[in-house]
Ligand binder design. Structure first.
Ligand code: MLT
Length: 401
């Protein structure tokens, strides 16, 4: 009989959003009438159609695939040059950040990248992970069993932006704008993290999936805005939220050639070479039409449409903020991120609040504890929804008063 990876036995039975889906399904089966009015503000899945520029690029690419002269088979594993160039040029060099095209690795999303990255990380690392945070970081570390995880506590006192600990770490996960709290890190806060990483020869895995939602001036949009980050940080991005690509699947990871790791006998190697080797062995790249659609998001029409789309969801966040304020429920987020992080009233647990909102208002939210123990006593509202659903959810929330 084959041995299993016993690390999986250390995980909870279901991934957070699978657990929520299971509970919602059980509710739906038991209450089919009420469940017809469910409003889903749990998982951050987009509702609005793709930007027209992306749709046009998908159609055009599909036509190219239909003609012998322009048909494409396997593409380059790290992404087509046209997309790597568009990303490096628009997201980095246009902002004065020197990232080369070949430091961009196109993928099917940052969830996969942050999990797959553990393939090129050795064992025995001290791994610092914020709490609360996107649960994929912890779960994939448990699955891979790579090292000792310790938590960086995000609290109301530190505005959900944990600062570097006194002890050293080798690998640090940061996610800003933060999922789930919606907090953003200021320049001095990110400078402190980069200084810490450089002091300890650590690597920062920076998840910038929600960068396009930053509205406050002065907030860094990339870790590479901090001098020195190019030698200690790897940045992950997704087109899921800014371009509405959750069902299309495309993202990218920036691995500067200057970010180094070491062997157990002290030899130093660039992560770039290892990631390239990993991707070319285990991944066949993102489909050509999807990469053309992602490229189209960088055209001038595409950029304008992305702004309209992200602003639409941020207006939803404003409506939720208004409803929560009128209820007197303390919350944060919703200003530079599409998530609102709400304190559970009446001392209930996060899962109790989840059940209360599901059963009494037919609203699905995400219980804060699903993002880590520090999330107990909170719940997260996602603003990714149709306007009419958000308005109705706000009415129902306010009527709970
Ligand atoms: C979330 O709701 O936290 C996200 O949608 C999950 C994801 O992006 O994978």
């Amino acid at each position: 009989m084959a041995f299993i990876n016993e690390n999986f036995l250390k995980l909870s039975e279901n991934y957070l959003f699978a657990e929520i889906a299971k509970r919602v399904e059980a509710y739906r089966a038991a209450n089919p009438d009420k469940a017809r009015h469910l409003i889903r503000c749990g998982i951050g899945d987009v509702t609005e159609p793709l930007p027209q520029a992306a749709v046009a690029a998908l159609h055009k690419a599909a036509d190219e695939m239909a003609a012998r002269e322009t048909f494409r088979g396997y593409g380059p594993e790290s992404g087509y040059d046209f997309l790597r160039h568009a990303i490096a040029e628009n997201d980095y060099r246009a902002r004065g950040l020197s990232i080369d095209d070949d430091e961009i690795f196109v993928s099917d999303g940052s969830k996969c990248d942050c999990a797959n990255f553990l393939d090129i990380v050795g064992s025995g690392n001290r791994i610092a992970i914020p709490n609360p945070v996107y649960p994929v970081y912890v779960d994939t570390n448990v699955m891979a069993g790579r090292g000792e995880v310790f938590f960086l506590e995000g609290t109301r006192e530190n505005g959900f932006v944990p600062m570097p600990p006194d002890c050293p770490a080798d690998l640090i996960y940061l996610c800003f704008p933060n999922n789930p709290t919606g907090a953003v890190a200021s320049r001095p806060q990110l400078e402190a993290w980069v200084a810490y990483a450089r002091r300890h020869n650590a690597v920062i895995l920076f998840d910038g999936a929600y960068e396009a939602f930053i509205r406050s001036p002065g907030i860094p949009h990339s870790i590479y805005e901090i001098p020195g980050a190019e030698s200690c940080a790897i940045e992950m991005h997704s087109f899921s939220k800014n371009g509405g690509f959750t069902g299309v699947r495309c993202g990218f990871t920036v691995v500067p050639k200057t970010v180094m790791g070491k062997t157990s006998d002290g030899k130093v190697y660039p992560f770039h070479a290892l990631w390239k080797r990993r991707q070319s062995t285990k991944f066949n790249g993102v489909s050509y039409p999807v990469q053309r659609a992602a490229e189209a998001l960088y055209s001038s029409e595409g950029q304008a449409q992305v702004t309209v789309l992200t602003s639409f969801y941020m207006e939803n966040a404003r409506l939720f903020a208004q409803a929560l304020t009128s209820l007197g429920w303390p919350f944060s987020g919703g200003v530079d991120a599409p998530y609102l992080w709400v304190r559970v009233p009446d001392g209930r647990s996060s899962w109790d609040m989840f059940s209360h909102l599901l059963e009494d208002a037919q609203i699905v939210v995400t219980p804060g504890v699903g993002f880590g123990s520090q999330g107990e006593g909170f719940f997260r509202i996602s603003s990714f929804n149709a306007r009419a659903s958000v308005e109705e959810a706000c009415r129902r929330l306010v009527s709970l008063r």
